[in-house]
Design a protein around this ligand. Structure first.
Ligand code: COA
Length: 145
């Protein structure tokens, strides 16, 4: 598994990834996320997730070193590749990248209530609920040592 920059060569592969209809409520479609990445280009850091040469998912950070936090703004594994450990591996790599940057105190993210799979994944990696919500979504946070 690796995080790759999104370029003119691979962006269509990212747009072709989808969570499937029943999970649409859990994450914004990649088409919108790439539009957001352009509009919020000062802080957005989007990456394609590859397993070998196979594009399997997408992750985007809201990268805020001046505030010492980074948000996992978007994260998805295509429905065809879910349940194989790729989500877990991708988050581990994302956290490694964040730690390596050496400028962050904490990692935060939001999940939609009912998204138990995402919640379980984040809890297993050490995230905990902060008690805050935003637009009905529940905030989790990982404090970096
Ligand atoms: C959430 C998501 C990224 C997980 O990716 P994945 O590749 O399917 O996950 P993995 O196979 O690595 O499994 C990760 C964890 O999910 C949990 N899990 C897997 N299948 C599950 C299921 N059917 N029910 C509950 N939990 C489940 C396991 O606890 C596993 O954790 P562990 O490895 O620490 O034991 C993926 O399902 C997805 O893209 N969902 C739709 C979009 C979304 O919800 N994004 C997150 C927005 S906050």
């Amino acid at each position: 598994m690796e995080l790759r920059e999104i370029t003119g060569e691979n962006y269509q592969q990212v747009l072709d990834l989808s969570t499937g209809a029943e999970q649409e409520k859990f994450v914004t479609a990649n088409l919108y996320s790439l539009a957001h990445a352009w509009v919020f280009q000062k802080t957005a850091r989007p990456y394609a997730l590859y397993e070998g040469e196979e594009p399997v998912g997408f992750i985007m950070f809201d990268w805020r070193p001046e505030k010492k936090w980074v948000e996992i703004w978007r994260f998805m594994i295509d429905h065809r590749f879910q349940g194989k450990g790729y989500g877990r591996r991708a988050m581990e790599l994302a956290l490694e990248k964040i730690r390596r940057a050496g400028v962050f105190d904490r990692v935060q993210l939001y999940y939609v209530p009912g998204n138990e799979k995402a919640r379980a994944l984040y809890r297993n990696l050490g995230f905990g609920e902060t008690g805050n919500t935003l637009d009905g979504e529940i905030q989790m946070e990982l404090i970096l040592e």
